[in-house]
Ligand binder design. Structure first.
Ligand code: DGY
Length: 325
């Protein structure tokens, strides 16, 4: 008899078809975000699950899913999954590294350019019928070319953002827990600096760290105050890495010039302060949302699930110490 699996959110038909060649597939194609209770009930008789960052996989859930052996996240970030709880329940957890780096880097650049050149503010001005004449000093922005770009988190996505800066003749600074290999530094023409130096010297600060207790409010009031008054902050990483209250206040009072944000602390809820500010460009967590990349993410999660439940060796296992017996 085929193993039963559950897909917690809507995915592409082709991926469902692929899963159906291996499993008895149950899925939430209606796509309503499930409550913890609904998720526990859907997973109570399943051996595998494909989930998204909208689902919290923790002790409370896993203690109710006696048959569950694998949880495959359709995301590279996995702060929605408690790996210690997965280990305690013998559940393999996987993510989707590698397939979304370039698409996410492209989007970080979309926000860099839109924020620096005040694109959404300019469009609103035009749509609101306010444009009456060309003016020399109209909607003046920040030059991106030859500016200094500071990258916090020099993993695959941070590196992809840095490589794109070469075309803009920028100086690239980066900070991470440790230095990347010298070949990567030279390919990206990036220089390792302290967090303080990065914040103080960059015209654009772009965040590419995973969310964890260590990176919670990595950018709070104190860190934002170290940035230049003319600088902008870009976040395509995770909500919670930035203290949204502190950022709203900094944008309101001119501590920094602007921000481009794809992720939010309480998403999908938006801090009301952002709505009132002209100097912030906002998007609803879509940095990886090209058709090709979202398809690859879903397929990679499905392949991980098939491998987990057939061989016990999923390629993107996050908890290799888990008891797979
Ligand atoms: C990820 O993969 O972590 C993205 O944030 C999902 O869109």
């Amino acid at each position: 008899m085929n193993k039963k699996i559950f897909v917690s959110r809507e995915i592409f038909e082709e991926v469902l078809d692929f899963l159906a060649t291996h499993f008895e597939v149950h899925s939430n194609q209606a796509d309503a975000v499930l409550t913890a209770e609904e998720l526990a009930s859907a997973l109570s008789d399943k051996e595998g699950a494909m989930v998204a960052l909208t689902e919290r996989i923790d002790e409370a859930l896993l203690s109710r899913c006696a048959h569950l052996r694998a949880v495959c996240n359709i995301a590279v970030g996995y702060n929605n999954i408690d790996l210690a709880a997965c280990n305690a329940h013998g559940v393999m957890a996987t993510n989707t590294p590698g397939v979304l780096d370039d698409t996410t880097a492209d989007f970080a650049w979309t926000l860099i350019l839109a924020t620096a050149r005040r694109l959404t503010e300019a469009e609103r001005y035009l749509r609101d019928g306010k444009w009456k004449k060309w003016e020399l000093k109209q909607l003046l922005g920040l030059d991106v070319h030859h500016a200094t770009l500071g990258i916090m988190g020099m993993g695959r996505i941070g590196q992809a953002v840095a490589r794109r800066a070469l075309g803009f003749d920028m100086e690239v600074l980066y900070h991470d827990q440790s230095r990347v290999a010298p070949e990567i530094e030279s390919a990206c023409r990036a220089r390792f600096v302290s967090r303080e130096e990065l914040l103080g010297k960059s015209d654009i600060v772009s965040l590419h760290v995973p969310y964890s207790p260590q990176t919670h409010h990595l950018m709070g009031a104190q860190e934002i105050s170290l940035m230049k008054k003319s600088a902008i902050l870009i976040n395509t990483a995770r909500g919670g890495v930035v203290d949204d209250d502190a950022l709203v206040e900094a944008l309101r009072s001119g501590v920094i010039a602007g921000a481009g944000l794809d992720v939010f602390e309480r998403e999908p809820a938006l801090h009301p302060g952002f709505k009132e500010l002209a100097n912030v460009v906002l998007s609803p967590h879509i940095a990886s949302a090209s058709r090709n990349t979202r398809f690859k993410m879903a397929m990679k999660a499905a392949e991980n699930l098939v491998a987990a439940l057939t061989t016990g060796q999923p390629p993107d296992l996050l908890n290799p110490g888990v008891n797979r017996g």
